[in-house]
Design a protein around this ligand. Structure first.
Ligand code: PMP
Length: 303
C-alpha cells in the first residue's frame, strides 16, 4: 500500500514529518479549528483519481469559518489545485483520504480571528472494517451537542470531544459504535457518521434540525435514492424506541462510506442481517464515487 510522504501546509508541499504548529496557537489551546475529510477515488477502469464533492466540502468549510469568524476566505480554485498537487506528489496507487484542517495560528488570547493557517494530508484509508459484516450500535448516554451551544453543522474540531466521549463509551460497553440522541431524546447521529433506517419500505433519516452535521454523504444518499427508486427519503424526527422497529439501518459518511447496522442496543435490526436496501445503496454509492456511472451532478473533480 502507498504511504503518505508529502503534506501541504499553508500552500507549501513538504515532507510529511516536517509540518509544524506551535502548541500555544489558538488552534491547540482553544480548538479554534475546522476540518474536512474528503476522498479521492481511483477509477478502476481508467486509473484516474477524482475528488468526490470537493465543491460541497469547501462550501461547508467556508460556512464554518464564517460562523467561527475566521479572517480568511479560501479561494476554491487555489485549494483545488493545491489538493490535486498534494495527491499527485504522494503518488498513490489506490483511493486517497484527504484531511484538510484550518486553524487560527495566533498565539495567546481566545478572541483572535487570524492569521489562519491550514494543512492538508493525503493518506491511504482502508475500507471500514464493518462494511461487509455490519456493526452493532449502542445508544449513548452522552447527548449530542446542541445548536445553540456548539453547533454540530459546523465541522469544528472542538465538536469531536463530544463524539470521542461517545465512541469511547461505546467501546467500553462492548459495542462497535454508538448513536447519539439530541438533548430532547430524538435520534441524532453517530460520532462520525449520519444515520438512516428502513421501516415498512421507507428510507428515513433524522432531519437537519436533529443536531447533525450537514453531511455530504447524507445528501448523496438522499439524491441517489430518489433517482434510483423515484421515492423521496423521509427526513423527520426519530424516537429512540423507533430504532427497535427498524427493518434495516446504516451509517454514512465520507470516511465510513455506507456501513450496515445489524444490531442496536443488542436487539437485532430486522432479522439481524444486512438488508437489501442497504446493500443496494452500497452498490450505487460505490459506482457513483468511483465514476463507474455517468457523473450527472458534476460531483467528481479531476486531480
Ligand atoms: N456526522 C459527523 C459528526 C461526522 O464527523 C461526519 C464525517 N464528516 C459525518 C456525519 C458525515 O459527513 P460527510 O458525509 O460530510 O463526510
Amino acid at each position: 500500500m502507498w504511504q503518505a510522504n508529502i503534506i501541504l501546509q499553508n500552500g507549501q508541499l513538504m515532507p510529511y514529518a516536517e509540518a509544524k504548529v506551535h502548541p500555544m496557537t489558538l488552534g491547540m489551546t482553544y480548538a479554534t479549528a475546522l476540518f474536512e475529510g474528503l476522498r479521492a477515488y481511483r477509477n478502476p477502469v481508467t486509473g484516474e483519481f477524482k475528488i468526490f464533492r470537493l465543491a460541497e466540502h469547501l462550501k461547508r468549510l467556508q460556512a464554518g469559518m464564517k460562523v467561527m469568524r475566521f479572517d480568511h476566505v479560501f479561494d476554491p480554485e487555489k485549494i483545488r489545485q493545491e489538493l490535486a498537487g498534494l495527491i499527485r506528489a504522494n503518488e498513490p496507487d489506490d483511493d486517497v483520504y484527504i484531511r484538510l484542517l484550518v486553524y487560527i495560528e495566533a498565539l495567546g488570547l481566545m478572541a483572535q480571528t487570524g492569521p489562519v493557517g491550514y494543512t492538508a494530508a493525503a493518506s491511504p484509508r482502508e475500507r471500514p472494517k464493518f462494511a461487509d459484516t455490519g456493526m452493532s450500535l449502542g445508544v449513548s448516554s452522552w447527548s449530542r451537542l446542541s445548536d445553540n451551544a456548539s453547533p454540530p453543522r459546523v465541522k469544528a474540531t472542538a465538536n469531536y470531544h463530544n463524539a470521542r466521549l461517545t465512541q469511547l463509551q461505546a467501546k467500553a460497553d462492548g459495542y462497535d459504535g454508538a448513536l447519539m440522541l439530541t438533548p430532547s431524546g430524538k435520534v441524532s447521529e453517530a460520532p462520525i457518521a449520519c444515520f438512516f433506517m428502513v421501516r415498512d419500505g421507507k428510507l428515513i433519516t433524522p432531519h437537519i434540525g436533529s443536531n447533525i452535521l450537514e453531511s455530504i454523504t447524507r445528501d448523496t444518499v438522499i439524491t441517489l435514492y430518489q433517482e434510483a427508486t423515484g421515492r423521496a427519503v423521509v427526513e423527520r424526527e426519530i424516537d429512540r424506541s423507533e430504532l427497535y422497529f427498524a427493518d434495516e439501518a446504516f451509517l454514512c459518511g465520507t470516511g465510513q462510506e455506507i456501513i450496515p447496522v445489524v444490531q442496536i442496543d443488542r436487539l437485532p435490526v430486522g432479522d439481524g442481517k444486512i438488508g437489501e436496501q442497504t446493500r443496494q445503496m452500497q452498490k450505487i454509492y460505490f459506482e457513483t464515487v468511483r465514476g463507474l456511472t455517468p457523473d450527472h451532478h458534476g460531483w467528481l473533480t479531476p486531480v
